[in-house]
Design a protein. Sequence first.
Length: 366
Amino acid sequence: MKIIAQLSRIFVGVLFILSGLVKLNDPMGFSYKLEEYFSEAVLNLPFLIPYAVALAVVLVIAEVVLGVALLVGYKRKWTLTLLFLMIIFFTFLTFYSAYYNKVTDCGCFGDAIALTPWGSFTKDVVLLVLLLIILRDREVVQPLFPGKVNGTLVFISLVLSGFMGYWVLNHLPLKDFRAYKVGTDIMKGMEIPEDAPRAVYEMSFYYDVNGEERKFSDKELTKLPEGAKFIRREDKLISEGFQPAIHDLSMDKDGEDFLGEMLAEPKLVWIIAYDLTRADEKGLEAMKDFANKAIVNGYIVAGMSASAQNLVEEVQKKYNLPFDFYSCDGTTLKTIERGNPSIVVLENGVIVEKKHWNDREKVTLK
């Protein structure tokens, strides 16, 4: 049984390190998932939303450090206790997500590996079982190296994880796993093949029949009782159809979508600020000079935000921004870019460069 416990120790340690590193590559993405959990529609803990980014960074760094501590056998009691508490926490979140279908992706492995809610919960249950095996035979968790080497390795993992978190928050993810990575042709990403499977729905029709509400399928509509009065229709999704990698993307202004027209431009720059109330003020200030530089170089510059029009106008006036904003879904904008604000350079609808506002001087404007 000790062999099983030892293998469990290695598996749990490695998985925690990999899971933490993937999320540490994009802590903003993980913070968005935490915000979903904290929302009134899920756990109803809105007071935690302002701290989502900090919690995300702490949790993912803890994953990496605890994984390393487990592998090198550092502070066995504390390491196993904290791992147990963390797995219980994640198991609760994934079960809640799966059972109530509130958050469709827990973000366990960021955007690198998408798991269904029940898949995420199953993964956490397996981890919990393996950890219980380790706890039963905890003597297998012994220091891997003599002296202070184990503590030094754990400290190094803490420092490197902290630096990585700081770097990606002030720049962009080291590896972009999303649908809007550099090299993406947006129009092709939105295409739906002619032979693609369509969504299948079960349609139910409710009628008042002699004062009683009755349900009929679409096939029974030709056999309705005499005098039946229609009440409502309900559609139940049976199977999802094909969904293109890029969807819900638009550039709305004054009730018109300019996306197709803009993507045809040979030189286009998007300034992404999904929520202007949460945008970095220094970043917004910097966008004035950057946009002017891009315009001089022949680029069309367009702001993209999900904020209300009155707020957009206030920001444009306050920072004297030389470009118009277009409206787009906030979730889509957060998927395109993690910085707020950030920069996307496109040529004929193809993404050729993405930069955080801190790296605006590194943007190549031809």
